[in-house]
Write a protein that binds this ligand. Structure first.
Ligand SMILES: [Zn+2]
Length: 341
């Protein structure tokens, strides 16, 4: 008998979890044991005992804080900083992706749409490094990719990750810069009409008849001139017009009349400023027309998000029509290929 020893190398990533909550105290349940962690200054108190840091290498744990509960795969390390706990989850790439795909993709999407999303999330992991000076690879917010542990992991998201194992989106032998958004509204955006310096040949506008079932395909938003002026930091907004549209339909330049002066603003910049001040459900995209109605402005728009790359509702629609994940990605990223890397 020959004993065969299999050594499995698991690629692990570290994620700063609960990063929007900044809890001062959490209860950790792992392997039948419960520990209460509290931050005082830069020290972690574990069941009232001061420690430099808390480590739990048991795979799988639950966190309870502010009457919320969340469970995770992988191990946990906790430090304290200025009276707040800093939690880092070390997790395999597969478990991380199965959660991220569920958090990012439209609910109810079939396997091919989830698999397309999995290839993009995996490619993003290799190309994005937004936390180089920190003790983790990713945060758990959309700044990197939304990650909520086991809350968004399903057998379907795990299947999508397994079926696409080792596959990336590539162009000319290099990993692509990947983008995705909720709903294009009928055609995707040219990356250059949103971000003028970006001109990847695979980030161009393509027709998107597949996103019709999205509730964000068409939208309207009314805002008073006063509220709009406040959002933009102007004393008033006397008039507002889109003066130039890009070929993908997005508003490229907007002329705003403040007092007697005319100002020009980029369409995307305008959308971002309005959303940052008034919420992300206001101007859902930069694909809109505007009408003036007495003291307010009526925006009639299409789609949700920047519109660049994969349309998630479109991917769901294509999967519902029986398309494969490679067909979905080939449609939204013309010329790019799904490959081992
Ligand atoms: Zn981040």
């Amino acid at each position: 008998m020959v004993a065969v020893e299999l050594i499995v190398f698991l690629f692990a990533v570290s994620v700063n979890i609960l990063s929007s909550y900044h809890p001062a105290s959490v209860t950790v349940t792992a392997g039948g044991r419960e520990d209460t962690l509290t931050a005082y200054g830069n020290q972690v108190f574990v069941n009232r005992k001061a420690m430099e840091r808390y480590e739990n290498s048991i795979s799988g744990f639950s966190l309870r804080w502010d009457s919320k509960v969340r469970s995770y795969a992988g191990s946990l390390e906790v430090m304290a900083e200025d009276g707040e706990l800093v939690l880092v989850n070390e997790v395999t790439e597969g478990d991380y992706l199965a959660s991220v795909v569920g958090a990012e993709m439209v609910p109810g999407a079939k396997i091919p749409a989830l698999a397309a999303q999995a290839v993009l999330c995996r490619t993003f992991m290799e190309t994005a490094s937004r936390h180089q000076n920190e003790a983790w690879d990713f945060c758990d917010l959309t700044h990197c990719q939304s990650y909520k542990g086991l809350e968004t992991t399903t057998s379907a998201t795990s299947q999508a990750v397994n079926e696409t194992e080792g596959l990336y989106l590539m162009y000319n032998g290099e990993l692509c810069e990947v983008y995705y958004h909720s709903t294009s509204g009928g055609k995707t955006a040219d990356a250059s009409s949103i971000w003028p310096d970006m001109n990847h040949p695979y980030l161009i506008s393509v027709p998107d008849p597949y996103c019709k079932a999205s509730p964000h395909c068409r939208w309207e938003y009314v805002v008073s001139a006063e509220e709009l002026a406040q959002a933009l930091g102007f004393p008033n907004v006397k008039d507002l017009r889109v003066v130039e549209y890009a070929t993908d339909g997005r508003a490229e330049f907007i002329a705003i009349k403040v007092n007697e002066e005319g100002l020009l603003m980029g369409g995307w910049e305008f959308r971002m400023e309005v959303c940052q001040a008034l919420g992300w459900n206001t101007l859902r995209s930069s694909w809109f027309e505007v009408e003036r109605d007495a003291g307010s402005f009526l925006f009639k728009g299409k789609g949700l998000g920047h519109g660049v790359g994969l349309s998630q509702w479109g991917a769901k629609g294509m999967a519902d029509e029986g398309k494969t994940f490679t067909e979905i990605l080939a449609h939204y990223f013309p010329g790019a290929e799904v490959k081992k890397w």
